[in-house]
Design a protein around this ligand. Structure first.
Ligand code: GLU
Length: 308
């Protein structure tokens, strides 16, 4: 079971479309199903309009799903239960560190946004915690072991991370009570039977954390495939600010959905010649091994793809 997991914070852009396309192709070429999960954990940023828009975009692009849409806004009970289990098994502590890390916890940490938490708040005494609590509500960190989590990524090969030294205790609940991305996404993947996670390369450093949570909750780890990022001419990950990669403008430029899909598939090295295609056409010729080979450079590194 694969998944589309869009955060409904605006229209789709070329980068989202590309990652969704590869996720769909991998799941379908391996005989799997897809679920659609709207990641509306952050209720302030997930407007009702964006949710219906993102679903219309998926449909228009020819992406089909077999289950869902599931949501995150109504899953607090499941997240709470998982939180309690993790607290009992691994330990959790309140963290009073700055606002910027609290903010970062709600959304997926994209490449370059990850840093190792050095455990500043881990050894506070009960008294110190009580004093600090008078000033601000804490967020909560999950204590990680000195253990290395490894997997073989379907695109880029072996990847591993020592949780204590390359990640540190990480946030699973924000100061406002909202559960963090790492917890919610993992609880959902486990409960929804997701066994194939395909997403942008910028989330690869989250996978060991998610494997750790899955293990503690008694779920098996999925297979992972982290696909190259589409970047703009300045080498930055495409975002909603790159207007020429926005779905509306691209449709104007390319005229049809199929021409747009063909361009994304060509730039993204899924096909070797640019032509108008649907996701189903691509499925007929999709070959995971050849694709993985094309997106790696000669020394086995995954290169970002410049959007043009
Ligand atoms: N909802 C996340 C995003 O759109 C993706 C999370 C994931 O694939 O784990 O950035």
């Amino acid at each position: 079971m694969g998944r589309f997991a869009p955060s409904p914070t605006g229209r789709m852009h070329a980068g989202n479309i590309y990652a969704s396309l590869v996720a769909w192709l991998i799941a379908k070429s391996q005989g799997g199903k897809m679920i659609l999960r709207i990641e509306d954990l952050d209720r302030d940023r997930s407007k009702e309009d964006y949710i219906s828009q993102v679903m219309r975009d998926y449909e228009m692009l020819g992406f089909t799903w077999d289950e869902g849409p599931y949501y995150q806004h109504n899953r607090d009970e499941a997240y709470e239960q998982a939180y309690r289990k993790l607290e009992a098994e691994c330990g959790v502590y309140p963290c009073f560190c700055s606002r910027s890390d609290l903010k970062a916890a709600a959304s997926a940490p994209h490449l370059g946004e990850k840093w190792v938490y050095v455990g500043t708040c881990k050894h506070l005494t009960e008294e110190e915690r009580a004093v600090k609590s008078l000033d601000k509500n804490p967020s909560y960190r999950l204590i990680v072991p000195d253990e290395t989590y490894s997997f073989v990524d379907q695109v880029q090969g072996a990847f591993s991370q020592n949780l204590a030294y390359e990640c540190g205790d990480f946030l699973i609940r924000r100061a406002d009570g909202m559960f963090a991305y790492q917890l919610a996404v993992t609880v959902d993947d486990g409960a929804q039977g997701v066994n194939s996670v395909v997403r942008g390369y910028d989330l690869i450093t989250s996978s060991p954390q998610q494997m750790f949570i899955l293990e503690k909750l008694g779920y098996p780890a999925p297979t992972y495939a982290h696909v190259p990022l589409l970047v703009n001419q300045q080498g930055k990950r495409l975002s909603k600010r790159d207007k020429d990669a926005s779905i509306d403008l691209m449709l104007e430029t390319f005229g049809t959905v199929e021409a747009l899909m063909g361009h994304i598939a060509y730039v993204g090295k899924i096909i070797e010649r640019e032509e108008a295609v649907t996701p189903s056409d691509l499925l007929e010729c999709f070959d995971m091994k050849k694709y993985a080979h094309r997106v790696m450079d000669e020394v086995g590194r995954l290169e970002p793809i410049i959007w043009q």
